[in-house]
Design a protein around this ligand. Structure first.
Ligand code: ZN
Length: 288
């Protein structure tokens, strides 16, 4: 690369425009469905990803009405899948759940259902067999998803939760999964910076993903995290260069939104929701 090219690639990325900012509903775990959506709208945030537990608490019809009343568009419903793990001792039951989640997703106008594989079932130690099982489960979701018009956004998770949440950790391995599924009209990728920031091959894998990149979730990895699932940091408070990752996503052709998704039992879930959203808006200028 020429010197000029290098300098250009080091130039700071443009500030993320408001119309490309989404905040996942789970970021405001302290709120019920309505309060979280109204809080986002109050601050001019018009995109979210709906959290299944919150939707189940009020039902799809009421949820859809609240979203519409607040002119909120829905990038995704989270999380689905879970076809490999303890949730899926009975594969047919797991697939039936996913069909229901696809209906809910369609009912609230969500573009995607985010799917994770699930982890290893109780007593199981054959990781390879579980991966095969997850692949089979996803395969059987292709037709129902196609019929519902909702995309399936496959999200690999951090290797520390391989046992319990996702038997696929790297973007490259997720892409191998999508290759095997061979259904790009249905399946794409949800990239979560918290899950994949450590991967030395990440930039190359994102380039390989190209048009399969559907969603980009961000938060931060706190240097001395106390809990790999529920101690996520606010962008800017940890070690993830989310803006660099966004550049890699965009270099690969991604033009979607940046979706802030924070699980934080001890900190952000205990704060005043308006402060949480205000903080995200402040961090947008430098860290998203
Ligand atoms: Zn995520």
């Amino acid at each position: 690369m020429s010197l000029v090219g290098e300098r250009l690639s080091e130039m700071p990325q443009a500030v993320l425009p408001m119309e490309r900012l989404a905040i996942h509903q789970v970021t405001l775990m302290q709120c019920d469905f309505r309060a979280s959506i109204e809080c986002f709208a109050r601050h001019g945030v018009r995109q979210t990803a709906v959290w299944l537990d919150k939707l189940n608490a009020i039902g799809t019809e009421d949820g859809a009405r609240i979203l519409e009343d607040n002119a909120m568009s829905v990038n995704a419903l989270c999380p689905g899948g879970l076809v490999s793990g303890a949730h899926a001792l009975d594969m047919d039951a797991a697939l039936e759940m996913n069909r229901r989640w696809l209906d809910h997703a369609a009912g609230i106008g969500a573009a995607s259902l985010v799917v994770i594989t699930g982890g290893l079932p109780e007593g199981e130690t054959n990781l390879f067999a579980v991966r095969e099982r997850a692949l089979e489960g996803f395969h059987r979701l292709i037709e129902p998803a196609r019929a519902s018009g909702v995309r399936l956004a496959f999200e690999p998770l951090h290797p520390m939760v391989c046992g319990g949440r996702s038997v696929i950790s790297r973007v490259a391995d997720a892409l191998d999964f999508l290759d095997a599924l061979n259904a790009d009209d249905v399946f794409g990728l949800a990239v979560d910076s918290y899950a994949v920031w450590w991967d030395l091959d990440l930039a190359a894998s994102l380039r390989r993903a190209g048009p399969r990149l559907l969603h980009f979730h961000v938060s931060d990895w706190l240097r001395d995290t106390e809990d790999v699932r529920f101690d996520r940091g606010m962008p800017g408070d940890g070690v993830i260069d989310n803006r660099r990752l966004r550049k890699w996503m965009e270099d690969a052709g991604f033009r979607g939104s940046v979706e802030v998704e924070i699980f934080s039992e001890k900190n952000w879930w205990r704060r005043d929701p308006d402060d949480v959203v205000r903080t995200i808006l402040d961090r947008r200028a430098e860290f998203l």
